[in-house]
Design a binder for this molecule. Structure first.
Ligand SMILES: C[S@@+](CC[C@H](N)C(=O)[O-])C[C@H]1O[C@@H](n2cnc3c(N)ncnc32)[C@H](O)[C@@H]1O
Length: 266
């Protein structure tokens, strides 16, 4: 019974070559042929049921998206999700800027040429809490270096998780391989659910339970690193123009001074 179920799922995937790629290594260096354009490619490694990547594909038609996972069942759910969203919002269940790929992140370099990807999303990756499994965590330095190989000069990694221990481990990993980080958040939905952001299935569940979501972005490609450094330099220059930064202590002193001043004026 289960085998027949699996066979049906595989048959359904094989009937969708416009959306589902079962042998992604064949597309290495040719993903722009699949999409029929040269738009940048963003991938979610470990897409689960595909809510995040499907929603992004509908929101941003000028970006090509790839949702990757290891299981046929998840690819099938992802294909249903994507086609439903597109049918409801665009009037057609064809999804031109999305590929759902069966693959293991371990072999990312077999599926993509150097520089072929512009952004990698790691959303709620399995935390693998036991120390002996640390090398399986998708933010282990060995994976980060693999991502760098396939990212372009504008390449970025966006990572979010509910797991504090995975986030701590990841901060160390990014730092160990000297990847610049920015926009670090220890509670992404602190002010209430961020409906301006695209949430994943896991995120929706955890935010509903009031759990904090940890997030960071890493700028990996040379061009995006330079751009980031320029923005930081501009911000520092602007700050310098406005005068020296106050710390909390001096704020208090200033408050006291203000009170003294106004009292003496009275
Ligand atoms: C906890 S789920 C998160 C799913 C989704 N990103 C979300 O936030 O709702 C992790 C997913 O990553 C997939 N995954 C784990 N390791 C993987 C690997 N090495 N290659 C591809 N997918 C992987 C799992 O099959 C699972 O679907």
């Amino acid at each position: 019974m289960r085998l027949r179920g699996k066979k049906n799922i595989r048959e359904s995937l094989e009937k969708q070559p416009d959306l589902v790629v079962l042998e992604p290594q064949r597309m290495r260096g040719r993903w722009h042929e699949f999409f029929g354009n040269d738009n940048p490619i963003h991938i979610e490694c470990g897409m689960g049921k595909g809510q995040f990547i499907s929603r992004h594909s509908a929101n941003n038609p000028h970006i090509n998206y790839i949702g990757m996972d290891m299981y046929d069942e998840l690819l099938k759910r992802g294909s249903e999700k994507a086609r439903t969203i597109w049918l409801e919002e665009k009037g057609s269940n064809e999804v031109p800027n999305l590929a759902l790929v069966r693959g293991n992140v371990e072999f990312l370099d077999k599926m993509f040429e150097p520089g072929e990807l512009e952004r990698i999303y790691l959303n709620f990756s399995d935390p693998w809490p036991k120390a002996k499994h640390a090398k399986r965590r998708l933010t282990h330095p060995k994976f980060l270096l693999k991502y760098k190989e396939v990212l372009s000069e504008k390449g970025e990694i966006h990572f979010k998780t509910d797991s504090l221990s995975l986030f701590e481990f990841s901060l160390n990993s990014f730092s160990d391989v000297e990847f610049q980080m920015r926009n670090i958040s220890l509670d992404l939905h602190r002010e209430g659910r961020r409906d301006d952001l695209v949430l994943t299935e896991y995120e929706t569940k955890f935010v509903g339970k009031g759990m904090p979501i940890y997030r960071l972005e890493s700028v990996v490609g040379d061009a995006v690193q330079q751009e980031h450094r320029r923005q930081v330099a501009d911000a520092l220059e602007e700050q310098a123009r406005r005068g020296p930064m106050k710390n909390y202590e001096s704020d208090e002193e200033d408050d006291d001074a203000d009170e003294t001043n106004s009292a003496s004026k009275e």
